[in-house]
Design a protein around this ligand. Structure first.
Ligand SMILES: Cc1cc2nc3c(=O)[nH]c(=O)nc-3n(C[C@H](O)[C@H](O)[C@H](O)COP(=O)(O)OP(=O)(O)OC[C@H]3O[C@@H](n4cnc5c(N)ncnc54)[C@H](O)[C@@H]3O)c2cc1C
Ligand SMILES: *[C@@H]1O[C@H](CO)[C@@H](O)[C@H](O)[C@H]1NC(C)=O
Ligand SMILES: *[C@@H]1O[C@H](CO)[C@@H](O)[C@H](O)[C@H]1NC(C)=O
Ligand SMILES: *[C@@H]1O[C@H](CO)[C@@H](O)[C@H](O)[C@H]1NC(C)=O
Ligand SMILES: *[C@@H]1O[C@H](CO)[C@@H](O)[C@H](O)[C@H]1NC(C)=O
Length: 379
């Protein structure tokens, strides 16, 4: 079959892919987007829970070339965000090729083009695309990850990943264990407790808990004072507001919240009411899982409890290295940009990556603009 030709091939129609498309369009650069799902921004449309709001204040979450409506609240809800994305996509006339699972991308030295193979998920046929430039925008959150747990295959209840959780409606009065204490796990636990589920959460390692307001204040202060000072202030405020949570099973790390983010990509938990429910006993904190058998989960402290459902809020693994050939100098095996900021987005031979430097929407918006400008210059 003939390869379809394009100047730029963008892989992934998440918020980063569509932001890149908007910037390309703005500079009149022709492109195509390949997306395995049947919609854009699937993370927001299909794989997130109902009560989700953007974690950061709106000014840190804007996409390039189109501001949020002024009536948006400081913390934009999932529904508002999706509505904005719909407007964005129609304004920039972005129409991704859906149902295309990219399985390999190789640079052909003779034609000086990227040769991309995608599987058409409805016909199961392989399609070929060829382009001078390739933008990897497959996201930091592309493949749901569930760790290996001894005996999990014998569990008689339901097992889901956080991306499959919508709300706590069907969990009323049921015993639910949330595994993972990042922002998703903590908020899902809160949601479950609000719906009257008997909720437990596994907290394996120390974590920082801060509020939205503290985060907001920190992002402003960071422009004026050194980050070590901002970090100390955050820890101090967290102590004042949340007190010592160690008696409930949550230790505070030795290193500060901003250091943890940069060094280990471990984000502080932005508390939306979970700690209050932990203190009141509505949410029980449990240590790491030792093993599972039938409906019982055994924990490393030797205690065991029965559960109806286990929800793994254990994050994502990326598989870019499986399909992108010769891009390992740009992206690590973990699918995250290897070069340090701000030189992480540009590779050789027309290869780029966007939204893969752990800087959220803000970083992705800058990548998208840089990439489009760079391609414009080269053309
Ligand atoms: C719950 C949650 C809340 C967040 N809140 C914020 C926030 O408030 N502020 C902020 O700045 N950041 C936030 N983030 C982080 C980040 O900004 C968002 O996740 C953002 O939506 C990432 O967009 P993306 O396009 O880079 O990745 P994704 O949304 O994951 O999009 C990648 C796309 O690539 C597709 N894809 C992957 N592999 C292939 C393949 N081989 N072939 C074809 N298509 C493929 C996927 O199907 C997907 O559609 C949040 C993340 C999560 C999970
Ligand atoms: C590109 O964006 C700029 C800034 O928003 C705008 O002024 C310009 O009209 C846009 N160009 C096109 C072709 O849409
Ligand atoms: C995939 O193949 C089917 C059947 O050949 C075709 O109709 C469709 O346009 C192709 N693309 C997608 C995304 O389904
Ligand atoms: C939940 O349990 C309470 C107390 O045992 C009971 O009164 C209530 O009817 C139950 N609700 C559901 C939906 O099962
Ligand atoms: C499960 O873990 C507990 C606690 O570590 C241990 O005592 C028990 O032997 C384990 N059970 C199985 C089946 O491995």
């Amino acid at each position: 079959m003939e390869a379809q030709e394009a100047v730029v091939i963008v892989v992934g129609a998440g918020t980063t892919g569509i932001a890149t498309a908007a910037c390309l369009k703005n500079l009149s650069i022709p492109y195509i987007i390949l997306e395995r799902e049947d919609c854009f921004a699937s993370l927001w449309k299909k794989y997130s829970y109902d009560r989700l709001h953007l974690h950061l204040a709106k000014q840190y979450c804007e996409l390039p070339l189109m501001p949020f409506p002024t009536i948006f609240p400081r913390y934009v809800s999932r529904t508002e965000f999706i509505q904005f994305l719909d407007d964005y996509v129609s304004h920039f006339q972005i129409s991704p090729l859906y149902g295309r699972f990219v399985e390999s991308a190789v640079y052909a030295e003779d034609s000086k083009k990227w040769c991309v193979q995608a599987r058409n998920l409805s016909s199961d046929e392989k399609e070929e695309y060829s382009g001078r430039y390739l933008v990897v925008a497959t996201g930091e959150t592309s493949d749901p990850f569930i760790p290996e747990v001894e005996g999990l295959n014998t569990f008689t209840g339901e097992v889901i990943h956080s991306t499959g959780y919508k709300n706590g409606e069907k969990y009323r009065n049921r015993s639910v264990l949330v595994v993972g204490s990042g922002n998703s796990g903590m908020e899902i636990a809160l949601d479950l407790a609000n719906y009257g589920a008997k909720t437990s959460i596994v907290v394996r390692s120390p974590l920082h808990v801060i509020s939205r307001g503290m985060m907001y204040m920190a992002s402003i202060l960071l422009r004026y004072i050194p980050y070590k000072m901002v970090e100390s202030l955050l820890v101090l405020l967290s102590r004042l507001v949340y007190g010592d949570l160690s008696k409930y099973g949550i230790e505070r790390p030795q290193e500060g919240p901003l250091t943890m983010k940069v060094k280990y990509a471990k984000y502080p938990v932005i508390d939306l009411g979970t700690t209050k429910k932990i203190k009141s006993g509505q949410i029980q904190v449990l240590p790491a899982i030792a093993n599972v058998s039938s409906n019982v989960v055994v924990f490393v402290n030797g205690k065991s409890h029965p559960f109806d459902t286990i929800i793994f809020a254990t994050g994502f693994k990326r598989s870019t290295h499986k399909w992108l050939k010769g891009g390992d100098y740009l992206l690590g095996d973990d699918g995250i940009a290897k070069q340090s900021f701000p030189n992480h987005w540009k590779g050789e031979k027309g290869l780029y990556c966007a939204g893969l430097s752990r800087r959220g929407f803000y970083g992705a918006a800058i990548d998208a603009q840089n990439i489009a400008k760079d391609i414009k210059m080269l053309l």
